[in-house]
Design a protein around this ligand. Structure first.
Ligand code: COA
Length: 260
């Protein structure tokens, strides 16, 4: 696998360990990382050696703390739609991958990080994991499929609450909502649990596993929903609230929203 700037990869016993590796920025997804994620998944899909994938974040503090706010602060309505569609396309590659993909969510899984975890086939959390879609604090909405996948996974009421308040929830609450399958005390134990689940899956018929992926995804084909999300994301980026929200984060102050 090619050497990458922001992603570490290692293949052991047919499992690709993919680590988002921008620890100093809490593994925030910048454009380059997203591009690298796409390249890695293209290789995973074609590879004979890789049978399963475990995605995690470098360090103990974060899985991924969202899209890189310093980059999204510069979006306009036109490139915002492209930004959302590009992320949606890459996350759909993950969701549709015929090899099992498990997110081991260690620490913060916020915004694009929660969306990345939700695009995986399952999520296994360490006890310090925190999930949320805090985009509303920035004057925007989730744009990488979060409005759709969060609603599918936890239902409308809770999804509305999390997206409208921007609140974070802990690992146990995420488990009770069906967002994660297991919670383990540490990242290492969460990885070991993911290995156990993957070990079982790898002993089954690979073609059948791929067909399960297709059939489960076919239950939910809200293609219009994703398009609506990209359009609404772009509409938010036209607003003064979005400029205020992103500037306030970067200037480390509280935003003052005006609804315009
Ligand atoms: N984009 C860009 N940089 C980010 C980031 C993001 N999504 N999340 C964290 N960082 C950076 C911080 O700016 C900081 O960088 P600095 O050391 O150069 O100032 C570094 O990562 C550490 O984060 P910090 O905020 O100091 O850690 P904390 O423990 O005080 O708070 C969070 C952790 C996750 C609560 C906080 O970083 C946060 O709210 N992040 C943004 C989450 C978000 O809104 N995600 C959705 C984006 S669409």
């Amino acid at each position: 696998m090619a050497e990458l700037a922001n992603i570490l990869t290692e293949v052991k016993n047919g499992v690709l360990y993919l680590t988002l590796n921008r620890e100093e920025k809490l593994n925030a997804l910048n454009f380059q990382t997203l591009e690298e994620l796409k390249m890695v998944f293209e290789e995973i899909i074609d590879s004979r050696e890789i049978k399963a994938v475990i995605i995690t974040g470098a360090g103990e503090k974060a899985f991924v703390a969202g899209a890189d706010i310093s980059e999204i602060a510069e979006l306009n309505e036109v490139n915002a739609r492209k930004f959302a569609e590009n992320g949606q396309e890459i996350f759909a590659m993950i969701e549709n991958c015929h090899k099992p993909v498990i997110a081991v969510t260690n620490g913060f899984a916020l915004g694009g990080g929660c969306e990345l975890a939700m695009a995986c086939h399952m999520r296994i959390a360490s006890a310090n994991a925190k999930f949320g879609q805090p985009e509303v604090n920035l004057g925007i909405i989730p744009g990488y499929g979060g409005t759709q996948r969060l609603t599918i996974l936890i239902g409308k009421g809770k999804a509305n609450e999390l997206m409208m308040t921007g609140d974070m929830i802990g690992a146990e609450e995420a488990k009770s909502l069906g967002l994660v399958n297991y919670v383990l005390p540490t990242k290492e134990e969460a990885i070991a649990k993911a290995e156990e689940v993957i070990g079982k899956i790898m002993s089954k018929a690979p073609l059948a596993i791929g067909m399960i992926v297709d059939c489960v995804n076919a239950v939910f084909l809200p293609e219009d929903g994703y398009q609506t999300e990209a359009n609404c994301f772009a509409r938010c980026v036209k607003s003064g609230d979005y400029k205020e929200g992103t500037s306030a984060f970067l200037e480390k102050r509280k935003p003052v929203f005006k609804g315009e």
